[in-house]
Design a protein around this ligand. Structure first.
Ligand code: HEM
Length: 208
């Protein structure tokens, strides 16, 4: 297979990955409005819904998710086939979070299915729930639900850690000074997003 299509797919996967990281930062910011109470959070949600730019971004978001997940499955199967021998020896040189991208990806996918089914479907599709704040707070009162979220955020953090570094490698970015800085930014992002979302979930469970 010529390198071009393979490289193009890798570049699109890196670009969609960086776009999803941007979404996660903005989505965390939007969810912090939960702390400001029912009116603030519901007003924020309605603002986002009525903003045409957000609607366009939403389409891009779902197209990115579909491509990113699709490419993730394709590359995992391809790598497994390429190895075509049962993988006895674990390559301890490679960081564990890099070796388990398929596992963290699978957990995030499961999370997304449950997450969209819990919030987006009742609020935006069936219209069962018209008070998003109440829906979110009541849903987080279930300790198993909140516990699953926090486990999913830890996997998300490890997924992001490798995704961020590998995206820059895909763009061929390798610089003696900047590459270590990019690695540090990756750790800050991964820890920030994992802790940020976990705090939202724990506060919703314990306090709101
Ligand atoms: C404490 C954590 C989180 C809370 C409270 C939360 C809350 C919400 C709510 C209320 C919605 C529905 C918004 C609407 O329909 O207008 C939503 C949508 C969504 N969430 Fe989350 N979320 C959290 C974490 C995450 C994470 C970690 C991801 C990704 C891995 C994520 C991905 C999405 C996506 C893709 C949508 C659909 C966005 C859209 O259609 O605008 N969420 N979330």
């Amino acid at each position: 297979m010529s390198a071009k299509p393979y490289l193009l797919r890798k570049i699109i996967s890196a670009l969609t990955g960086l776009f999803l990281i941007l979404f996660l930062i903005v989505h965390l910011y939007d969810n912090i409005f939960l702390f400001f109470g029912e009116e603030a959070f519901n007003t924020k949600a309605k603002e986002l819904l009525s903003n045409p730019f957000i609607r366009v971004v939403e389409v891009l978001l779902f197209l990115s998710l579909i491509f990113h997940i699709g490419y993730g499955i394709y590359i995992t199967v391809k790598n497994k086939k390429a190895r075509n021998v049962p993988y006895k020896k674990i390559d301890w040189q490679t960081p564990f979070y890099k070796r388990m991208m398929w596992l963290s990806g699978t957990v995030i996918f499961l999370f997304l299915v449950i997450h969209l089914q819990s919030f987006l479907v009742p609020y935006r599709i069936t219209g069962e729930a018209d008070n998003l704040y109440q829906l979110v707070v009541l849903t987080f009162k279930n300790p198993f639900y909140t516990g699953f979220y926090i486990i999913a955020f830890i996997f998300l953090g490890f997924h992001l850690l490798h995704a961020w570094e590998s995206a820059f490698q895909t763009f061929g970015f390798n610089h003696p000074v900047f590459t270590p800085i990019i690695k540090i930014i990756g750790w800050v992002l991964a820890i920030g997003i994992t802790v940020g979302y976990s705090v939202v979930a724990i506060v919703a469970y314990l306090i709101l």
